[in-house]
Design a protein around this ligand. Sequence first.
Ligand code: NCD
Length: 321
Amino acid sequence: MNLKNQHLLSIDQFSSLAEVEKIFKLARKLEAVYQRKEPSCLLQGKILANLFFEPSTRTRMSFTSAFQLLGGSVIDVTETNSSIMKGESLFDMGRTMSAYADVIVMRHPEVQALQEFVAAAQVPVINGGNGIGEHPTQALLDVYTLLKERGERNVEKIKPLTIAMVGDLKHGRTVHSLSKLLSLCGHITFKLISPKALKMPSSIVKLLVERGNRVVETESLNKGVEGVDVLYMTRIQEERFATKKAYQQFAGKYAIDLAFYKKYCSPHTIIMHPMPRNSRLAKPEISADLNDHPNLAIFRQAQNGVPIRMAVFCFSLQMSV
Ligand code: NCD
């Protein structure tokens, strides 16, 4: 992996599965720390700065949990308590934060903000989500989850795989990163299910095909899920639409419940979602009646974020474990 300055900004930094395997191998080792079976002081004396300029629960908390379990300390800035409110530039923020922390996790609504910040930062930066761009650590934990759910260790063994990605594929940074990461395997069938206006960016579709994968794009959830091994649901990204009205034409468009699952999915289909599910909708993307279904992986997925982020910190800070 080319972690230039040990930053993790995009899945484009990975050019082979071997690099991904290294992170997973370390994450598996660190599971013992996550499960409180082994204490760790690997990052003792180190400080993580979480800079979140967009809402986050799982990502911020799991980065925090991971860093603290490895013995480090965490400082936080959010949009409302930062000097960005006073007009400070991201460059100034990047340079200043580097004096206070050993590593920075940054989430920002603008795709380009990350580069501006990284240009000034003097410590490793991890992308915690840059607008509609990418979310690389989510993709790592998603593939790690998929392997665990299937009882495999080796990423190569993931194939043959048919994965349906459903919802707002245009604005969803998780599916951008996940599809790019999975595409390194080759021979994956991607069923991209979205309204026409919310299709996966064509540059990503092109990359998936170039890497020897099959892509099927459709608007129909019923038809699209037939025979899939993984059903990856996503939230329509309300905050990315110019108006409420523009969002409302798609709100609730794709939702599954137990009855749907039984009727259209294979009994082995694994259900994933980066979360949050939008429970304000009459029908959230995944209904609560699936909560106890053994193939619903969403809570295990969130849990896997901790060992994966521990491993990412170790690589970024070049710690040998
Ligand atoms: C996602 C995100 O922020 O991109 N959440 C997450 O980090 N797990 C997905 C979303 O907000 O819909």
